[in-house]
Design a protein around this ligand. Structure first.
Ligand SMILES: CC(C)[C@H](C(=O)O)[C@@H](O)C(=O)O
Ligand code: SF4
Length: 427
């Protein structure tokens, strides 16, 4: 019997099998941010175990509330900063160099095909876009990861998600993943790794693959991943060029992580996207998804373009393509948060920031901020936000607020009209 990519990664990293079905894996990267890591740091200090397994394999960023909004968040940042200095963690990103973890770390080349990655953050699955096994973990696992560089997982079940057809104009990876979550429901992929494949995924850039994998957890999945190929190798080339004779050699080597044709999948699903419409959520769960036409005319108060789901340059370009030469409705507030400094800088170079500002958007520094309702765009009671983020939980962006998840293009269309709008009318 052949193996899936996930089984291959598990086998290559297996340190121990303490009980049947439980596997302890060696970790290639442990990623840290200032909301969950300080709890682990303080606990390790209390236990007299303030150590790290390998400072080069730990990547740390202050991203959720930055610059800090109050004493509490300032203290969280301070604990991270001092810990990183104390242990010689050189890949530590503070104000001026910091951005949303799941956008920043890929951009720095920290994730490679076949890697095992953990973080105390549920959207760690984003990094599966590189053909890695990347999973969000709780404080105890994070502490063990930081101390020993290992993590225990249950033997994974794989779900094969085949995406076929041709993606219509104005329809994006975000629409695909929202549709998949609708079909699977919020726990349809529990205990599974979602393996995204098929011709549509093969044609996607890394940004779109990251959007897909980012929301795997919203269907309950342990992680999501894509098979590493030439697109992956090109994205990573500046970081891997000393390891390979040529790009072709890298692509060939990456194939060792491809699932075998006779691999065993616990479940499978095929989605033909040829007739897919832009998708929008309507309730407080990410599987409450409708075609945009059914939601057209719903009033919005705020537009939020950013986050680890859709705050990359490709997302900003898509939104700018219809904001150019237009202004946003005077009933809405528009907020753009490029996910990293490099994305922000690129958007400046391309004149995209000016397009947003001329349209009436407020442009913020890279941070999670409003995405989880902590700062920089929190909603008031009864307010509605058209958002490119990944969670529409009750109160997510502010108590009593409502969030409609959608693609950056759809969010830009809502900004222009002040209500949920099919963006294809502006193309
Ligand atoms: C703060 C963090 C623990 C949290 C997560 O794990 O996802 C956040 O990133 C989120 O998106 O809600
Ligand atoms: S951008 Fe939002 S979803 Fe992503 S890590 Fe930050 S808070 Fe979590």
């Amino acid at each position: 019997m052949g193996q899936t990519i996930t089984q291959k990664i598990f086998e290559a990293h297996l340190r121990d099998t303490p009980t049947p079905g439980n596997m302890v894996l060696d970790l290639d990267v442990v990623m840290c941010h200032e909301i969950t890591t300080p709890i682990a740091i303080m606990d390790l200090m209390d236990k007299g175990m303030d150590r790290v397994f390998d400072p080069d394999k730990i990547k740390a960023v202050i991203d959720h509330v930055t610059p800090p909004k109050d004493s509490k968040t300032a203290t969280q940042s301070k604990i991270m900063r001092e810990w990183a200095r104390r242990h010689g963690i050189k890949d530590f990103f503070d104000i001026g160099r910091n951005g949303v973890c799941h956008a920043l770390f890929p951009e720095k080349g920290f994730i490679r095909p076949g890697y095992t990655v953990i973080m105390g953050d549920s959207h760690t699955c984003t990094h599966g876009a590189f053909g890695a096994f990347a999973a969000g973990v709780g404080t105890t696992d994070l502490e063990v990861g930081i101390l020993k560089g290992v993590c225990a997982f249950r033997a994974p079940k794989s779900m094969k998600i085949e995406i076929t057809g041709t993606l219509p104009e104005g329809v994006y990876a975000k629409d695909i993943i929202l549709r998949l979550i609708k079909e699977l429901t919020v726990n349809g992929a529990t205990d599974h790794v979602m393996e995204f494949r098929g011709p549509v995924v093969e044609q996607m850039d890394m940004s779109s693959r990251m959007t897909l994998c980012n929301m795997a957890v919203e269907a309950g999945a342990t992680s999501g991943l894509c098979l590493p190929d030439e697109t992956t190798a090109r994205y990573l080339w500046e970081f891997i060029k000393d390891d390979y004779e040529s790009l072709e050699a890298a692509v060939e080597d990456f194939k060792k992580w491809h699932s075998d044709p006779d691999a065993d999948y616990a479940a499978s699903l095929t989605l033909d996207v040829s007739d897919l419409e832009p998708q929008v959520t309507f309730g407080f769960k990410p599987d409450q998804v409708r075609d945009i036409g059914e939601m057209a005319g719903t009033r919005v108060d705020q537009i939020y373009i950013g986050s680890c789901t859709n705050g990359r340059i490709e997302d900003i370009r898509a939104a700018a393509s219809i904001l150019k030469g237009r202004t946003i409705a005077d009933t809405v507030r528009g907020i753009l948060t490029p996910a990293t400094p490099a994305i922000y800088s690129q958007a400046l170079d391309e004149g995209l920031i000016k397009i947003f500002m001329d349209a009436g958007f407020c442009v913020l520094n890279p941070t999670c901020g409003a995405c989880l309702g902590m700062s920089s765009g929190v909603l008031a009671e009864g307010e509605v936000c058209a958002s490119t983020t990944n969670r529409n939980f009750n109160g997510r962006m502010g108590k009593g607020g409502m969030v409609h998840l959608m693609s950056p293009l759809s969010a830009a269309a809502a900004a222009i009209t002040g209500e949920i709008t099919d963006p294809r009318q502006f193309l």
